[in-house]
Write a protein that binds this ligand. Structure first.
Ligand code: SF4
Length: 336
């Protein structure tokens, strides 16, 4: 299948325009993500439509805490990624792409949407697990079809995508969870093989367009956990995206190439306390068997409006429109 978003140059060279790497490829050569290659001067997809993982997940697992809280969403992911994070928790699927023509079955958008419609109590489709940008063509076609059937679309992403393809997604993706991996270009360059600026620009575009947005920040000891750097990030979110943007501060566990011990819970609590000076909704994630930093309180009257235990959510003092039942503040969440 031919890729969307690329340019052709002399001597059958093609240049991908999907993500900021903008890989320039001679015939027979693959891009950094290994999901697209130059076939005789045309950019073709590899492993297009192959789903590596799928499941009906709680929306809180994405994580999204302010978008249809307590609901479930059909979640799909494929293979490959346009970044190379040394700490990737999903490296088995993100750093491997099966060749086209492998025995793995390719899925069509219609099959995915039919499955989503069939699943009980499902609100839509989440594009997640690996980086959905690298299966852009499947995601866009599926999301367009799903939108027409009144299903919600969610993208869980590293935010490393070019503006034009993102603008096409903004028309059909209802909610985004974007990883903000750190607040220095150095971290993006050395630990992820990317750049910070495009991610920040994309966060602003998503917010400006009015799509629901939550941010995830994985705290890795010694690499991105400096309080000063975190304060700069929290302040930037407040000033550019608004103080009501939910932030998920997550605990890191050793994975892939990184064997630094897990983030101490005291560090996470400290960063959450600092973040709360800038942001209204700050959560802690990946702290197994702990409910610290999981409930939603009303920023005005401090009432607990939603409570969570693991991925189970209890709606308490929040009304059907997403407003606080006590003081009327809101909307706090997009409700079903
Ligand atoms: S999507 Fe893949 S091929 Fe395209 S620019 Fe990004 S890494 Fe390169």
């Amino acid at each position: 299948m031919e890729a969307l978003h690329y340019k052709t140059h002399e001597n059958q060279t093609v240049q991908c325009a999907l993500c900021p790497h903008e890989c320039k490829l001679k015939p027979g050569v693959k891009g950094i993500c290994k999901t697209r290659y130059n076939e005789n001067g045309q950019m073709k997809l590899i492993g297009s439509g192959i789903i590596a993982s799928s499941g009906l997940d709680p929306i809180e697992k994405k994580p999204l805490y302010h978008f249809y809280p307590g609901s479930k969403i059909y979640s799909i992911g494929g293979y490959g990624c346009n970044l190379r994070c040394s700490f990737c928790q999903n490296h088995e699927i993100s750093q491997y792409v099966p060749e086209s023509g492998s025995r793995l079955r390719e899925n069509l958008p219609k099959n995915i949407v039919d499955k989503a419609l069939f699943l009980p109590q499902n609100i839509g489709i989440a594009y997640t697990y690996n980086e959905p940008t690298v299966f852009f063509e499947l995601m866009l076609a599926t999301a367009r079809l799903a939108k027409g059937k009144d299903l919600k679309n969610v993208m869980v992403s590293n935010g490393f995508i070019n503006h034009k393809p993102l603008s096409e997604l903004l028309d059909v993706i209802d909610a985004f969870n974007i990883d903000l991996k750190a607040f220095t270009d150095e971290f993006y360059k050395t630990q992820a093989g990317g750049k910070l600026a495009p991610v920040l620009n994309n966060l602003k575009s998503i917010k400006k367009n009015g799509n629901h947005l939550e941010i995830a920040f994985l705290v890795i000891p010694g690499l991105n956990d400096s309080t000063n750097e975190a304060v700069a990030m929290f302040r930037w979110i407040n000033e550019n995206l608004g103080g009501d943007t939910p932030l998920h501060i997550n605990r890191y566990y050793p994975a892939y190439k990184l064997n630094t011990p897990p983030t101490p819970s005291e560090k996470l609590v400290e960063l959450r306390n600092v973040a709360k000076e800038y942001l209204k909704f700050v959560y802690l994630g990946n702290l197994h068997n702990s409910d610290i930093g999981t409930k939603t309180t009303c920023p005005t009257c401090n009432t607990t409006v939603m409570e969570r235990h693991g991925y189970s959510t209890t709606l308490k003092m929040i009304d059907s429109r997403g407003y606080c039942k006590i003081c009327g503040y809101g909307p706090i969440a997009v409700m079903g």
